[in-house]
Design a protein around this ligand. Structure first.
Ligand SMILES: [Zn+2]
Length: 166
């Protein structure tokens, strides 16, 4: 087991669309375990592989619902409904939180570590985490979900911070 450093805003790997996983081999199982450990160590409620520099379509999450950590391989959102604004942060954009509007409910189809097709669905923190992590796997970041004006300000703040101006 290993804890990986988490890549942060500005690292190009976060903006690359991840590649699907073809074989769920022991390497993938080890990666999933390491990602879970890295997520808890951070601490966070979700982690996508590209956040630790591995551009593969796998994410882990634990929305603190006492069902424990879950792994989703090659996940796709198949249904969303409603809309809700929630305070949202990201391990790759540490120290920042934004009120972000997204669908309240999400249903995701993915493979588990046995290669079996599973669905994850819910609202609240679960619905939000599912959308947030799949956003990462598609090369997205939470600020992409902000309205244009707020997104511009967020980008300026993050650039200033990176340059040591903030
Ligand atoms: Zn994130």
């Amino acid at each position: 087991m290993a804890i990986y450093p988490i890549r942060t805003f500005g690292d190009p790997v976060l903006r690359m669309v991840t590649k699907p996983i073809v074989d769920i081999d022991p390497t993938v199982r080890t990666l999933a375990q390491d990602m879970i450990e890295t997520m808890y160590d951070a601490p966070g409620v979700g982690l996508a592989a590209n956040q630790i520099g591995i551009s593969r379509r796998i994410a882990v999450f634990d929305p603190q619902d006492e069902r424990g950590p879950r792994v989703m391989i090659n996940p796709e959102i198949i249904e969303t409904s409603g809309e809700i604004e929630l305070d949202e942060g990201c391990l790759s954009v540490p120290g920042h939180w934004w009120e972000i509007a997204r669908p309240a409910f999400a249903r995701v189809r993915a493979l588990d570590l046995d290669g079996k097709e599973v669905e994850h669905a819910g609202d609240g923190l679960l619905g939000r985490v599912l959308q947030h992590e799949i956003g990462h796997l598609d090369g997205g970041l939470l600020i992409d979900a902000l309205p244009k004006r707020l997104r511009k300000k967020a980008l300026k703040d993050l650039r200033d911070e990176a340059l040591g101006l903030a």
